[in-house]
Every structure is written in C-alpha cells, then in structure tokens.
Design a protein around this ligand. Sequence first.
Ligand code: NAP
Length: 287
Amino acid sequence: MTEHTTQQTTRPVLVTGATGMTGSRVLARLRERGVAVRAASRSSEWGFDWSDPSTWDRVLRGAGAVYLVQNDLDPRAPEFVERAVALGVERVVQLSARGVDGPNYFEYPNDTPAHLVGERAVRASGLEWTILRPGWFSQNFSEGLLSDGVRSGVLRLPTADGATTWIDTEDIAAVAVAALTESGHHGRTYELGGPRALNLSEVAAEISQALGRTIRYEPVSEKEYASGLLAQGWSEAGTDDMVMALSAIRRGLESTYVPGVREALGRDPRGFSDYVARTFHEGWGLS
Ligand SMILES: NC(=O)c1ccc[n+]([C@@H]2O[C@H](COP(=O)([O-])OP(=O)(O)OC[C@H]3O[C@@H](n4cnc5c(N)ncnc54)[C@H](OP(=O)(O)O)[C@@H]3O)[C@@H](O)[C@H]2O)c1
C-alpha cells in the first residue's frame, strides 16, 4: 500500500452535492478533522447550481480542493474543472461510478457516459486528482431512491435475482476525505464496493429483521418499472438513466468484489449488515 501522510492546508475544501448521501458525510468528516469547508449545492450555505455557471466562481475562488458530485442529467464537469484550474484550485476528487469505462456496462447507444466525460476532464486538468467509482450505495434504502419501497413494505425493482456489493457511503466519504487531505492518492482510480454481494431478497430480509416488520422484494419488468417512474412525474431521460443503472444489478455487473476501499484505506469495506444495524430500527419510516 502507498504511504499516506496528512497534509495541512489552510484553504477550504469545496464540497459539492453537500446535502447528498456522500457529500453530507464528506463534510462531516472534514469538519471532524478541523478542515475548513464550503458546503455547496442549491440548498446549501454556499449556493451553487450546476445549471447556472454564474454561481460557480464564487464557490471555487479561494478553495484549495474540490469534492465533485455532478448532476448526471446536466453534466458540466469539463467546464467546471476548467474554472477550478483558472481560479487556483489544486486538487479534485471526483465521484464517478463503477463500470463507466466497461464496454457493456452503460448501454448508451451513441453517447459517452457523463461520468466518463467528467473523468477525462479531471485526468487532463493538470490538478492533483483522484477518481472514486462506487457501485450502488447501501444508503439508497434509507435516504435515496429505494427508501420509499422500504417505507411502503415492497421493493418493486427490475433487478431479477441480480446481486450487488452495496457500498456504504460512510466508506465512500472516508476514501474521499483521505484523498482530499492526504498525499499518496493522486492519479488513483478507486473502484468501491462492499465486502460481498446481496440480491434484493437478501437485502429485504436483512432490513425486515432490523425493522421488525416484513419488507418484500417484488421483481418487475423494466417496462413496468419505467411506467411507474413516468407516472410519478420523472422525465424520460431520468427514467432511462435509472433503468440503465438498475440493469447493472440485474446483469450481475456489480456482483464481484472490488478492492478500492482496501487500496485507499488499508482496511476492508463495511458490510451491509453493519449499515442495516446502524440505520434501521422498529418504527423507522413509519412517521
Ligand atoms: N446513488 C447511488 O447508488 C450511486 C452509485 C454510484 C454513483 N452515484 C453517483 O453519485 C452522484 C450523486 O447521486 P445521488 O443519487 O447519490 O445523489 P446525492 O448525492 O444523494 O444527492 C444529490 C446532491 O446533488 C445536489 N444537486 C442536485 N442537483 C443539483 C444542481 N442542479 N446543482 C447543484 N447541486 C445539485 C443535491 O443538493 P441540492 O438539492 O441542495 O442542490 C444533493 O446534495 C451521481 O453522479 C450518481 O451517478 C450514485
């Protein structure tokens, strides 16, 4: 393993996606270490909107490092990284996604996946860079897209019997903070996953046990799932993106162990049971 030494920088770290599943944890961990931070998103203290470039310079000016969480449906990482370089930022840690460079992972007929466009800009920027490629987050069941299913008692997903190595966003944040504050992570791409793969029936069983009530997994077709999202008001682009991302689970593309957490932190990733025990308890999601 590479030696990592902590670097003290007086310039703040800009954390985009600051209210999200990884950004909020990156912020908390940086604050614990006494690192100056700027929490940035549309609803955060440092107001920042990917779709409004007039909000970018203010958050970037004076920052030493950036945690970059893009908006997938409006990916503008190349222009943003260009501004970061112009305004004197030295380091960037980009949240990408597992499999972005695999030939069959994302089935975009013509386009390069948005994360890969961002990765190319980050690598070519001349900044110190680290890329994080996590698979599906465990916290989707409590804070993200899949939490509604847990609340209602039925996880209806087009994932068949596919299993995935759910990654705890605490581990993503730990890797991000290491890369933002230590030496030895420049030029590294970390593929991040949990210790073992679980399918949706296994996930439902673990969460049910912690909640003390039954959560069922009900496989549905992609068409049925997409109709459900469209009926809830999702855009076609957002729906296509989600169906494609979920197809990685159905196709078993995230069922193998990836070593990024160990490479970056020198320890194993947290297990799904650890996340469930910390998160779910009787009464969760009922109010
Ligand atoms: N979820 C997963 O399992 C998973 C797995 C692999 C990779 N990823 C990647 O992780 C990234 C984050 O996705 P997520 O679903 O996990 O969401 P998230 O980080 O939990 O939440 C999205 C964050 O982005 C901010 N945001 C949304 N639109 C914005 C805009 N126009 N301008 C500025 N900030 C904006 C939101 O804050 P405000 O609402 O305050 O703006 C929020 O802080 C995506 O690039 C996704 O591809 C996710």
